[in-house]
Design a protein around this ligand. Sequence first.
Ligand SMILES: Cc1cc2nc3c(=O)[nH]c(=O)nc-3n(C[C@H](O)[C@H](O)[C@H](O)COP(=O)(O)O)c2cc1C
Length: 175
Amino acid sequence: MEFYDVIRTRRSVRSYKPDPIPDDVLQRVLEAARIAPSGSNRQPWRFIIVKDDEIKKKLVPACHNQSWIAEAPIIIAACAKELSYNRGGYMGKLSGVMDVTIAFTHLILAARAEGLGTCWIGAFDNEQVKEVLDVPSGWNVAALTPLGYPAEGESAFKEPVGRKPLDEIVSTDKF
Ligand SMILES: Cc1cc2nc3c(=O)[nH]c(=O)nc-3n(C[C@H](O)[C@H](O)[C@H](O)COP(=O)(O)O)c2cc1C
């Protein structure tokens, strides 16, 4: 797929077919996350691929009862390591989460290029998800997404709506 078509037609998908994801497709999507940039190339991330139905069901209450996430054959949880140092800059301890969200964006766009649906899940309880997935201390969950083929097929990949116009969000030289 053409790069700008991928970006333009990625939509949040909230209904999935149970069809499995071929291994080679999943590997390409994960590879897109692996090669993402990170501050000082620290790569402070871990991606947990949840396939087990029981574990997926346990994630639902930890994600504010968004039950449709368990329809997908896979749920991915992106975890960020708490960094004990930073090289300055206002992000400080949050810089690990920033790194992970960049990699997760790579993953989500690669999924779209493969015809897979995703939905960035930010409404979750970090401690509950950590408990379900045995995430050790020193790590936090940055985001989750279901990953699977959209129930409504290719028509799930619509044009974006409700975006602010460029002249409202861009300025030149000064704010
Ligand atoms: C940081 C973040 C957190 C989000 N959390 C949720 C969520 O918990 N549940 C959900 O259904 N959608 C969630 N979304 C999806 C947004 O609602 C969606 O991206 C936005 O409405 C634009 O729609 P689109 O993704 O289809 O372009 C989240 C998106 C982002 C970027």
